[in-house]
Design a protein around this ligand. Structure first.
Ligand code: MLT
Length: 412
């Protein structure tokens, strides 16, 4: 008899996005005419083509694979040195931040690494997550058995939920009690809020005092427009001793389908053995990756490297400008529709209060049925997301404008 992992049975329904997909498909099957007008602002998936510099690098790398002299087989599991160098140099050292090339680990996605990182953390950690939250942080902890069962509101026993509300700018504050591992996401998915320097300083102070580890998801870093906002947790003094940072090329370079990201594990970051001995996490992550991961393809790493070329940087800036332009159109449209709107300034997500006390799923159904627009119900991100919905700005400008128009026509 083979036993299954019982923890999977604790997971609530499906992962949020497949559940949205199921509802949208049912609606489209039942309403083929409305389906033709459907605009998807649900999952935060990029819509614009890859930058020209990336396409050129991809073609070149493919050609290299065609000749024995330049062909590449297995690459280094942690990523090619030239890409690790380009990242450490451009994203950190050029900005005055201390970073060694081998503290950068190339991966196929932040989501994957956010889950995989639990391999090197112990099972007894008290885990803190924001509410609302990117569901991956919660579900991966459920899967490895770090939680108890979920209650009716979807909150799991043993997790510490940190509420994010308008009152704290949707950025959680350090708790009064002790936690060992803290997930922070800034700019935030789903609320579109970005943490200020003071807010991150408070977290780094807490983590150093409590010997905790911060798992800092900065996948949307490129969307920060307000001056003075930190783009990396390592801009905060002391963070190299308490934080791992996850970055992605998905939302800046449009790599959601191309797959490349990186995780930063500073060598000075320690966690503790059962007997309380401090040990660096860096060699554990290197060991984990070399055992369980075969690296990102050579072709894709060359594509990622091209994002750091002068043309690549300009083309990424254009993409960000495009999506943030959409965000502005959507923010204005939702405001004109009389909705209360947050986010969308330092992030590609707009976080909207549902009108007239509608639940998040009621708002989802109404917007789908009457405006033929797919949004993401806030309650899918946690109980404190109830009463909100998220609009993704990843779309064409024409679609963003059309969604803004349809929102204003909606009668609640
Ligand atoms: C989202 O819509 O929240 C994102 O697409 C999720 C992700 O990046 O995995």
């Amino acid at each position: 008899m083979a036993f299954l992992n019982d923890n999977y049975l604790k997971l609530k329904a499906g992962y949020l996005f497949p559940e949205i997909g199921r509802r949208v498909k049912a609606f489209c099957d039942a309403n083929p005419e409305a389906a033709k007008k459907l605009i998807r602002c649900g999952i935060g998936d990029v819509t614009e083509p890859l930058p020209a510099a990336v396409i050129a690098a991809l073609h070149k790398a493919v050609d290299e694979m065609a000749s024995r002299e330049t062909f590449k087989g297995y690459g280094p599991e942690q990523g090619y040195e030239w890409l690790r160098h380009a990242i450490a140099q451009n994203d950190f050292r050029d900005k005055g931040l201390d970073m060694a090339n081998d503290e950068i680990f190339i991966s196929d996605g932040s989501k994957c690494d956010c889950g995989a990182i639990l391999d090197i953390l112990g099972g007894k950690n008290k885990i803190a997550i924001s509410d609302p939250v990117y569901p991956v942080y919660v579900d991966t902890n459920v899967m490895v058995g770090h939680t108890g069962e979920a209650n009716d509101a979807g909150a799991y026993a043993k997790l510490v939920y940190l509420p994010c509300k308008p009152g704290n700018g949707f950025i959680p504050e350090p708790p009064k009690k002790h936690v060992d591992v803290i997930y922070l996401c800034s700019p935030n998915n789903p609320t579109g809020a970005a943490a200020t320097r003071e807010q991150l300083e408070a977290w780094v102070k807490y983590a150093l005092e409590h010997k905790s580890v911060i798992l800092f998801d900065a996948a949307y870093e490129a969307y920060i427009t307000e001056p003075g906002m930190p783009h990396s947790i390592y801009e905060i003094s002391g963070a190299r001793d308490c934080a791992i940072e996850f970055r992605s090329f998905s939302k800046n370079g449009g790599f959601t389908g191309t797959r490349c990201a990186f995780t930063v594990v500073p060598k000075s970051l320690n966690a503790y053995t059962r007997s309380g001995e401090a040990k660096p996490l860096h060699p554990l992550w290197a060991r984990r990756q070399t055992t369980k991961f075969n690296g990102v393809s050579y072709i894709v790493q060359r594509a990622a490297e091209a994002l750091y070329s002068p043309e690549g940087k300009m083309q990424v800036a254009e993409l960000i400008k495009h999506y943030l332009g959409n965000a502005e159109v959507l923010r204005k449209g939702a405001k004109k529709a009389g909705l209360k709107v947050f986010g969308g300034v330092n992030a590609p997500y707009i976080w909207v209060r549902t009108p007239k006390g509608a639940t998040s799923w009621q708002a989802f159904d109404k917007i789908l049925a009457d405006a033929n627009v797919v949004i993401t119900p806030g309650s899918g991100f946690g109980s404190k997301g109830e009463g909100y919905f998220r609009i993704s700005a990843f779309n064409s400008r024409a679609n963003a404008e059309e969604v803004a128009r349809r929102l204003q026509e909606l009668k609640w």
